[in-house]
Design a protein around this ligand. Structure first.
Ligand code: SAM
Length: 340
């Protein structure tokens, strides 16, 4: 066995040093990408000076500082997405214990994060569906273990609404192979409890009425045939089951270019089926579609509104130019519905 060699002591303080002005022109993003590249280099010499300690501190600081809902690999985001069901559980309208839950368009970065929280909160089976395969299965699997350990340490902090004890979380982890998850091996996931389906939400490999709770985040606005997806969701959900779907109706070009207006894509002609991957259905327009598919809409929550003046509206193509201001102004929202 090789004992760790002792590095120079007192070196952590160096992180408090003055910023290097030569690096000032580079954005944090550029520096993060550069650092990731360097960390991957096979010749990385961690034994040189205090590099290992400095990176160790940085790792912990990054982990703390990036606990945000915009970070898909954080613990905060899956916990927040899992909490979309919280009000329904707390009111007794929906029970997670023993439930079958489904997430549509669960993404390719951390596809099973939200569903893992549901499993640890008592779901019997949690299934995620996405067209895209995971981009980095090893990282996503490690993030899953980190999330599970955080849930084990403090379920009352990450999912207070679920009222789970540490013993219950530990019991829910029973079928997972934690050493495999540690290595980033997806085979460590208990497939009888937590499953990722690589396919379309238009054809779900699930039985009629099997699902108690179905959710999605920033998914429905990307689906060209949204009625087909809602019909399929209605098929697999049991009567009384709860559906919660958050919809992002902002022009997705703004996420890469802040100078782009949140509704600029409404200027493009209506015959374009997708613009920057979005159908441009306005969030509140989904309400009628849910009703038509066999759901009773319990609430439409507005999450973000932008002001639309007449000049802006005149720049839109039809049908948006003639839409009520109220419909146009609500750009993000969440639909809560019950399967009839
Ligand atoms: C904007 S991403 C959101 C991902 C994830 N929910 C999140 O919040 O990070 C939309 C996702 O929907 C998926 N998607 C689009 N159409 C789909 C379909 N018909 N069936 C399943 N997934 C689909 C895409 O592959 C993509 O991962």
């Amino acid at each position: 066995m090789t004992l760790p060699t002792e590095g120079p002591s007192g070196s952590l303080r160096r992180l408090e040093a003055e910023p290097d002005p030569r690096l000032a022109p580079f954005s944090t993003r550029d520096l993060a990408l550069e650092l990731r590249q360097r960390l991957r280099a096979p010749e990385l010499a961690l034994h040189v000076g205090d590099l290992a300690d400095q990176l160790g501190v940085l790792g912990i600081e990054i982990e703390q500082r990036t606990e945000a809902s915009s970070n898909r690999l954080s613990r905060t985001r899956p916990a927040a997405c899992a909490a979309m069901i919280a009000g329904h559980v707390e009111s007794g309208e929906c029970k997670l214990d023993g439930a079958t839950v489904l997430e549509l368009g669960c993404g390719s970065i951390h596809p099973l994060g939200t569903l893992m929280v549901h499993v640890l909160c008592g779901a019997r089976l949690a299934v995620g569906v996405d067209l895209d395969p995971p981009q980095d299965p090893q990282t996503a699997t490690r993030a899953l273990l980190r999330l599970a350990l955080a849930m084990l340490a403090a379920p009352e902090h990450l999912a207070p609404w679920a009222r789970r004890t540490r013993q219950q979380v530990l019991a829910a982890l029973d079928g997972f192979d934690l050493p495999k998850l540690w290595l980033g091996d997806p085979a460590g996931i208990d497939g009888s409890r937590l499953r990722l389906i690589h396919g379309s939400a238009e054809r779900l490999p699930m039985a009629q009425g099997e699902v108690d709770y179905c959710s999605s985040v920033s998914f429905l606005e990307h689906v060209p045939d949204v009625d087909a997806v809602l019909d399929e969701m209605a098929r697999v959900m049991r009567s009384g089951g709860i559906a919660v779907h958050s919809i992002d109706g902002i022009d997705h070009a703004t996420y890469g270019d802040a100078s782009h207006g949140p509704l600029d894509f409404l200027r493009e002609p209506a015959h374009l089926q997708l613009v920057f991957g979005c159908t441009r259905l306005r969030p509140s327009e989904f309400v009628a579609r849910f009703e038509r598919a066999g759901f009773e809409v319990l609430a439409f929550e507005e999450h973000r509104r932008v002001e639309v003046d007449d000049r802006m509206r005149m720049g839109f193509a039809e049908p948006w130019r003639s839409m009520p201001k109220q419909t146009l102004e609500v750009v993000q929202g969440c639909i809560r519905a019950r399967r009839r």
